[in-house]
Design a protein around this ligand. Structure first.
Ligand SMILES: *Cc1c(COP(=O)(O)O)cnc(C)c1O
Length: 379
């Protein structure tokens, strides 16, 4: 029987449901775990695909005042959505030519090189006002940040022009609590931060870093993934609540006889009479092509295996285990939810939850839940 549909759902092939109450609860849990360190939120890449504006507004209500994005364009988009006393930091640094826009918007760049430090300082002088900045040091990941040898070359009077609000670095192996690299990075980070300024606030931990030893939490933690409901440490029971649910719409039902092939390449051939449902989601929606034959959808508690290859805009399920007539065109089946977690989907696709989340498509309708009630639907 076709379920009730709002207009946005009637038009879309898939439905993302984002539980803002769970998001708030996850922030509260992380903030309590991190205390006395402050808990920021990493909302880059549209808050890992969930919608940066809605996520940031919700977390601001929960008390968050520190938001990290990757790109300046993301920071400029986000600025009107957060309280005036919030800070937005740009992890990927200060590209040449972006100084004026960054300063005008009150955005805080993460300064990753001496050149970026020099250009931010010049911008402050041009404006005749000190500007806030973060200094990132490379404590061992070799990705972003000042090299240890750069630190002696920082201007001694930098503080006249740039208020260093944070010294930060990033863990390469945070999700592997026993990795020796974590302790090595911590020791290196603390030594480098001491050289920059012993009294300056510090930040090292991503989500995983919050849940390993307390010394990683420093003054500010920078969770992303755990806020969005995925287990921060692989193989360890998740301390956070799922935030995301994905359902796909049934667009056609059919019965095939033994010997019928399904999908591109006819890689699945029915061995007996099967009932099939084609759903309106494919790899163009970020649903990995690799999941053909490896994952399923669920209707109630019934597992509906994906048969054949995932197409660009659709894929086919074997629904023979459902009573005949249980599914109609327009019904939704669960792809990510209580029966098939985000982590399970990532594992079946041989990737990580981050890649699944950030890939999930723009063609879905989005429903944001607060408490348990449906409150607002974005097309
Ligand atoms: C993305 C990112 C984070 C957040 O990482 P999660 O593992 O999602 O918590 C924190 N810090 C930096 C520098 C990042 O690039």
């Amino acid at each position: 029987m076709a379920s009730f549909q709002d207009p946005a759902e009637a038009l879309a092939g898939g439905r993302l449901t984002i539980d803002l109450a769970a998001l708030r609860a996850n922030y509260a849990l992380i903030a309590a775990r991190a205390a006395p360190a402050r808990a920021a939120a990493v909302v880059k890449a549209e808050a890992y695909g969930l919608g940066a504006a809605r996520v940031a507004q919700t977390l601001a209500q929960a008390g968050c005042r520190d938001f990290f994005v990757a790109m300046i364009a993301e920071a400029l988009d986000l600025a009107p959505q957060v309280p005036a006393d919030a800070r937005i930091y740009v992890l990927n640094g200060l590209p040449p030519g972006a100084e004026a826009a960054c300063a005008a918007a009150g955005v805080v760049p993460v300064l990753n090189s001496l050149g970026q430090v020099a250009r931010w300082r010049a911008e402050a002088r041009r404006r005749g006002a000190r500007l806030p900045g973060v200094i990132q040091v490379d404590s061992g990941m070799s990705r972003l940040g000042l090299a240890p040898s750069d630190i002696d070359d920082l201007p001694t009077d930098l503080n006249d022009d740039v208020e260093v609000v944070l010294v930060m670095s990033h863990l390469a192996c945070g999700d592997t609590p026993g990795a020796a690299a974590n302790q090595e990075q911590l020791a290196r980070f603390e030594a480098l931060a001491d050289r920059i300024g012993p009294g300056l606030p510090r930040s090292l931990a991503n989500s995983a870093g919050v849940f390993i030893a307390s010394e990683f939490r420093q003054d500010l933690v920078r969770p992303g993934l755990a806020l969005y409901g995925a287990a921060p440490i692989e193989g360890v029971a998740s301390p956070v609540l799922p935030v995301l649910r994905l359902d796909a719409k049934v667009i056609q039902l059919r019965t095939v006889e033994a010997g019928a092939g399904v999908g591109y390449g006819l890689t699945y051939v029915a061995s007996t009479r099967r009932r099939l449902a084609t759903v309106s989601i494919g790899y163009a929606d970020g649903w990995p092509r690799r999941l053909g034959g490896r994952a399923a959808a669920y209707f109630g508690d019934v597992r509906l295996p994906i048969v054949g290859r995932v197409s660009m805009d659709s894929m086919t399920l074997d629904v023979s285990d459902l009573p005949e007539g249980a599914l109609d065109e327009g019904d939704f089946v669960e792809l990510i939810g209580p029966h098939q977690t985000l982590e399970a989907v990532a594992e079946a696709a041989e990737t990580i939850a981050y890649e699944i989340l950030t890939g999930l498509g723009k063609r879905f309708s989005r429903t944001y839940l607060t408490h348990d009630a449906r409150v607002e639907i974005d097309a």
